[in-house]
Design a binder for this molecule. Structure first.
Ligand SMILES: O=C(O)c1ccccc1NCC(=O)[C@H](O)[C@H](O)COP(=O)(O)O
Length: 212
């Protein structure tokens, strides 16, 4: 199971995500988010993620973390410029138009993840040319759960389940939804906006433990 931990703000958060064995980290550029970081700060976190990899030839099993910039209230040009300046692998777009997503998808060397809710849709992977789909609650980053039963059809392919997941609920959610990956923010925070490293470890372990 592919696991993304979103809303990181410190180098120690990056270290916790890596040591827990997650696959991807997210930095939030939204102006209104409690987890918002500047482009410069996001760049330093991504640089830290890259620098903390073991040297080539070492016997460590640490793997590169996929880095994701999350945007929802920047214009598409600003979002693309930020992704390039930070040097992320993925741009995660919340609430962008079909036209904006198609445009972003044409940028070489940058993956696009389209975030949407069951109500907003479309819930098919690649419907707007994106590389992956993130199905979330209608209030991203709020820790709100949503009912899988509201989906007309469960997506197939590269799609991530998000919205109110926690170390205690993620295994059951995986069994119910059978996503390609999971994404969490609030559920690995003891204080809103501040990551709890113990909860990150518990979440990754629960998500990656094989389920029947
Ligand atoms: O995290 C935020 O504050 C945020 C703000 C605006 C747009 C997106 C945001 N987060 C996107 C994510 O990828 C979250 O991890 C995802 O929405 C799940 O959040 P949560 O329900 O808190 O686990």
């Amino acid at each position: 199971m592919y696991v993304k931990i979103c809303g990181l703000r410190t180098p120690a958060d990056v270290d916790a995500v890596r040591s827990a064995g997650a696959d991807a980290l997210g930095v939030v550029l939204s102006r209104t988010s409690v987890r918002a970081v500047s482009v410069e700060h996001a760049r330093s976190l991504v640089a830290h993620a890259e620098a903390s990899l073991p040297a080539a030839g070492s016997h460590s099993s640490a793997k590169p973390l996929t880095t994701v910039a999350v945007v929802h209230d920047l214009g598409i040009d600003e979002a693309l410029a930020a992704a390039e300046a930070i040097g992320v692998d993925v741009l995660q777009l919340h609430g962008y138009s079909h036209t904006d997503i198609c445009r972003a998808a044409e940028v070489e060397g940058l993956e696009i993840w389209r975030a949407t809710s069951a109500q907003s849709g479309p819930t098919t992977v690649g419907a707007h040319g994106e590389d992956a789909l993130l199905l979330d609650s209608s209030t991203p980053g709020s820790g709100t759960t949503w009912d899988l039963g509201t989906l007309d059809e469960r997506p197939t392919g590269r799609w991530l389940l998000a919205g109110g997941l926690s170390p205690d609920t993620v295994a059951e959610a995986i069994v119910a939804a059978r996503p390609w990956g999971v994404d969490v923010s609030s559920g690995v925070e003891a204080v809103r906006g501040t990551k709890d490293h113990g909860l990150i470890h518990r979440f990754v372990e629960a998500a990656k433990t094989p389920t029947p």
